[in-house]
Design a binder for this molecule. Structure first.
Ligand code: NAD
Length: 279
């Protein structure tokens, strides 16, 4: 492939990309990935101050237009208002990255009852996690995807997880100071939300295939973000590449999925996990 072909395939000049959970660890990296190819990232998050700050950082780093908007993706009217704002400002939405989710820190609760265990898992947490990770992705896809379909062009990327394709290995979270019935575990909602996103991806991909809207999932493995050494070492033994991901290691995949480089790809799940799920 010559250089100009490569540039053309990945070129995102002036494409408007909505990224939910845009104030979080990976949201900013997704923005960097598309901004580096000329896109206009729109960061959306429930945390207003953080999302404004994140957008300013991206705009500063890439010299691009990048706006940060507050919206609660579990609330249809909040999503509608956000989308109307983006459309009145830019006139189009080319890519939606459903990235927001609740990401619980496992093993840090100090209470008597270990709430993460299935037997104790609170219904309120189940409802809250599904509302953000799944209902939020549905609402954004419904509202943004409908607009894309009416224009005959668009890309939806659902950020899933390696835990969309494998079960959590609960031995990773074991603590020496706890009885078996009090051991923390990866919450059931994480597996359920991420696996369901693959179903949503296939549904959207086929539903709008004839309207020019593609939908794919990206399933990342765990990103190193200062987790305890013992956890990091345990996890490394379960990964063929023997380490967690660096925070920037999904940028190439995001740009591939968002751009015309993936024009013949829809309904797929791109797994990037250092090989973990093949073991
Ligand atoms: N970090 C990892 O190791 C990792 C690994 C695999 C998959 N993932 C997935 O990647 C995505 C991003 O992960 P991250 O580590 O950046 O998470 P993060 O917790 O840093 O960011 C998530 C963002 O979502 C926002 N959010 C929560 N509820 C919201 C709502 N109702 N409306 C709008 N925004 C809301 C939060 O404010 C937060 O800024 C998630 O879907 C996560 O499950 C992360």
């Amino acid at each position: 492939m010559n250089k100009s072909v490569a540039h053309g395939l990945f070129d995102m000049t002036d494409r408007v990309v909505i990224i939910t959970g845009g104030a979080g660890l990976l949201g900013k990296r997704h923005a960097a990935a598309v901004a580096s190819a000329g896109a206009v990232p729109v960061l959306v998050d429930i945390k207003e101050g953080s999302v404004t700050e994140a957008a300013a950082q991206v705009a500063n780093e890439f010299g691009c237009d990048c706006v940060g908007l507050r919206a609660d993706i579990t609330d249809a009217s909040s999503v509608r208002t956000m989308v109307d704002g983006v459309l009145s400002r830019y006139g189009r939405i080319d890519v939606l990255i459903n990235n927001a989710a609740n990401n619980p820190t496992v093993g840090q609760s100090g209470g008597q009852v270990e709430w993460t265990r299935l037997e104790n898992f609170p219904l309120a947490v189940w409802d809250r996690d599904l509302a953000v990770g799944l209902t939020g992705a549905f609402l954004c896809s419904q509202i943004v995807g409908t607009e894309m379909a009416s224009r005959g062009r668009g890309v939806i990327i659902n950020i899933a997880s390696d835990l969309a394709v494998i079960a959590p290995d609960q031995r990773l979270y074991e603590r020496g100071d706890r009885q078996p019935s009090e051991q923390p575990v990866k919450p059931v909602t994480y597996s359920v939300v991420k696996t369901a996103l693959i179903g949503l991806t296939r549904y959207l991909a086929t539903y709008w295939a004839d309207r020019g809207v593609r939908a794919n999932a990206l399933s990342p493995g765990g990103v190193y973000d200062g987790q305890p050494d013992e956890f990091v070492a345990r996890l490394a033994t379960r990964i063929p590449l023997a380490r967690m991901a660096d925070v920037g290691e999904y940028e190439g995949a995001v740009l591939f999925l968002a751009s015309d480089a993936s024009a013949y790809m829809t309904g797929a799940n791109l797994v990037i996990d250092g090989g973990r799920s093949c073991w």
